[in-house]
Write a protein that binds this ligand. Structure first.
Ligand code: HEM
Length: 416
């Protein structure tokens, strides 16, 4: 057995945080191995990149999620007790809740609701001043997803609920105060939603059976018991927060439309295959979720390298989506690459790999893709706008990465 290539003994967190999307693949290239060991976030960590490493990482016999996510992430992005940290039967059972709530009919309903909010928002924006699209999308998506989920939000509460849901993903990895804003938002969101769960169960709030709020409030874990209200709140937030986070990808849709004007022309046709290819390429090319973490379940050996029980493993999602072994000219934006080629469960991983129903892969890909397609059509055809002078470069040093000026739109008009 050979020693694992490594970057030890120093801690490389500062280098990782300076370039969170490209650090893992760059070190992997320098060390000449898909798997290497480093010290990150003060812990020895096995770093893994590329499709074969993805297949290994999703082997449930070899990796577990319980205890893997660093506390600052559980206290902001995920919430404690969430599906993200479950394994085995407990995970499969809890995951069935999400798979049900995001079935095709419900995705269509969400799409319909968000579509109405695009129209209303565009009418408000028409003739008004320029504004950053990223910030404008947060209240719009918050209102739409809460309506869809059956979560009542009085109009006067919308700004703060939108800010709180946004802080969970936008500020989780921010330095200093930003991170604490994200922690505070987590406790505000959870106390709001757990009170709501209590009210639903007590019959004080009526909610239709086809709503996500109903599904979560009455979901029974594999022991036959209702979820504790605090856990139900975490899982409800696990539906609301990431839907608002689709704002990041919608901003990248707008960015790609301006950076590649021929795409805008191609989207003007009725070719759905091309629209799908465009959305897939936005999810592949642009940075969003850099990596996921797990723990080695038992000692094992892979390609002659030893994986020690309890070691944290970090899987490189962004680097895998740009791996030249899977993607020709990986740094070029080429939607047409998706026309003849269906991605495999291991080489295209913007929202995780393997199978969503049985592994930890994101259950929200259907929602994400549907909202991005809708946004591409709306921004490409229905909305007319200009892009005032601004910095369109993408800040790769923040999480999530974004265009530095958040994609400012001006001179809004609606086309007939
Ligand atoms: C905004 C775009 C999105 C991105 C980039 C994204 C990305 C991801 C990633 C990378 C994972 C982790 C996969 C793993 O651990 O192996 C994940 C898990 C998850 N996502 Fe998403 N996601 C998005 C949208 C959504 C939406 C719209 C929903 C629900 C409505 C959602 C709900 C979840 C849940 C509940 C999990 C945990 C799954 C589990 O642990 O089994 N996500 N997502």
């Amino acid at each position: 057995m050979s020693a694992m290539p490594h970057d030890l003994p120093w801690d490389h967190t500062v280098a990782l945080m300076a370039d969170p999307y490209r650090y893992l693949s760059r070190r992997s290239l320098a060390l000449g191995s898909d798997v290497f060991e480093s010290r990150l976030l003060l812990r020895r960590t096995i770093c893994m990149t590329g499709p074969e490493a993805v297949a290994l990482f999703y082997d449930r016999q070899r990796f577990q999620r319980e205890g893997a996510a660093p506390e600052p992430l559980r206290a902001t992005l995920f919430g404690k007790g969430a599906v993200q940290g479950l394994d085995g039967e407990a995970h499969r059972w809890r995951k069935s809740l999400f798979m049900r709530v995001v079935d095709a009919d419900r995705v269509d309903e969400l799409l319909h609701t968000v579509g109405q909010h695009w129209e209303l928002a565009a009418q408000r924006w028409s003739g008004g001043p320029s504004f950053p699209l990223y910030h404008a999308l947060h209240p719009m998506l918050t209102q739409a997803v809460c309506e869809w989920a059956g979560v009542p939000v009085p109009q006067e509460d919308l700004p703060r609920r939108s800010e709180q849901l946004t802080a969970l993903f936008d500020q989780a990895a921010a330095p200093g105060l930003g991170h604490f804003r994200s922690r505070r938002a987590r406790s505000q969101i959870e106390s709001w939603l757990s009170r709501l769960i209590d009210h639903v169960r007590a019959g004080h709030v009526e909610v239709a059976e086809n709503k996500a709020l109903y599904a979560v409030a009455w979901f029974r874990d594999e022991d036959g018991k209702l979820l504790a209200p605090s856990i139900a709140a975490v899982e409800l937030a696990n539906l609301l927060r990431p839907t608002v986070a689709v704002s990041v990808f919608i901003v990248f849709v707008a960015h790609a439309l301006q950076a590649h004007p021929h795409c805008r022309e191609a989207l003007a046709g009725s070719d759905n295959a091309w629209l799908d290819a465009f959305v897939q390429e936005v999810r592949r090319w642009y940075p969003f979720f850099p990596a996921v973490v797990a723990l080695v379940r038992e000692d094992f050996e892979w390609r002659g390298l030893r994986f020690a029980r309890g070691r944290r493993a970090m899987l490189d999602l962004y680097g895998t989506n740009h791996d030249p072994r899977s993607w020709e000219r990986p740094d070029a934006f080429l939607p047409e690459r998706f026309l003849p080629r269906a991605p495999t469960p291991f080489d295209f991983v913007p929202q995780g790999g393997a199978d969503a129903a049985t592994h930890h892969r994101c259950p929200g890909e259907g929602i994400t893709i549907a909202l991005m397609r809708q946004a591409a059509r709306f921004l490409g055809q229905r909305l007319r706008y200009s892009l005032p002078a601004q910095d369109l470069s993408i800040d790769f040093g923040r999480l999530p990465a974004l265009p530095r000026d958040r994609m400012i739109l001006g001179d809004i008009r609606l086309s007939a």
